[in-house]
Design a protein around this ligand. Sequence first.
Ligand code: SF4
Length: 363
Amino acid sequence: MGTVNIALKTFIENLGYEVVLGPKPTARTLKIGVKYSPEMVCLPFKITLGDMFGALENGAEMLLFIGSGNWSCRYGYYGRLQCSILRKLGYEFKTLFIGTQNLKSIATDLLEMHNKSWTSVIKCFLYAFNITYHKSKLVDLAEEYARDTRPYEAHEGASSNLLQKSLNTIENENSVLQLRSMKTKIENDFAQIERNGIRAPLRIQLVGESYCVIEPFVNFNITGYLGNHGVLVKPFLTSHRWLYYHTIRKDEDKDFSKKRAKKLAQRYWAYGTGGEDQVSIGYAIHAAHQGYDGIIHLMPFCCMPETAALPAFETIAKTYDIPFLNISLDEHTGTEGLYTRIEAFLDLLQWRRKKNLFGGRRL
Ligand code: SF4
């Protein structure tokens, strides 16, 4: 999902294991996932199942799951169900479920598998944790610079190319010291991108279901698309923030915490029903307070929490007079249809900008 793989690969490799990544999600893996998934299960289940086929075909012996097993929506049984489907199809593999509730059992697994003393396991674990954090944070920063530079770039693709280059460098670096020193370089590199003179681009807040907001294959790279159309995009969640919140409950958004988001959302949505519904609602209200031009809500077709939360988003859009676009994604969603809807939404936002600029007079 997104760039989570960079951090996880680093973590597991530094524990002494070989990591076999599945292919990035593609039309082929989606097709395989759809074929073997229950029809009405949500889209992320189908895609991740397809990814698992890819990883097992590439020789993976163990599948790792994050957060699965302790959730109020279907995500709670994703892992177990996917394992059962794969085993019924004849695949043999071990599993590791990562979450705050079973850190102890993970440590015991490590001890057994490595046949080492506790001291060396702890030392190894701490180093892996430290370097993973620095890498993941730097990836997050590079992605943020790319999002914030894209609408201002003079040559389309400059930010995306630099981002890809930076991600490759970060991924290949295995020294905390070097990673620390790369921060300034990445910042300077993005600052040097030639600007197009735009001063006040449209600002859009992305909210919704985590996988749909973070994974570019599923959302048709909406962040890049909006950026290339001169929009400053702010996703409520990133790969880094998702990873650290759902593994060790560390909130990495320093500007607007999940706690604040949930508190703000309470008037419209008293508690979370699974996924990120309540947090998303809080971010939507925050975006309205911050004067954003619009909100885009991404969700998988038949996602239970996000479908239930839709009326709350619509109420917020009306109350705060902020345009809101809901996009439901499934395996049948196509690029043209999606981009056409987004373009129409952007036209509306531009029109509102002009209207407000000219005091509501007809242009
Ligand atoms: S949040 Fe929605 S899409 Fe994600 S696992 Fe839960 S029900 Fe499925």
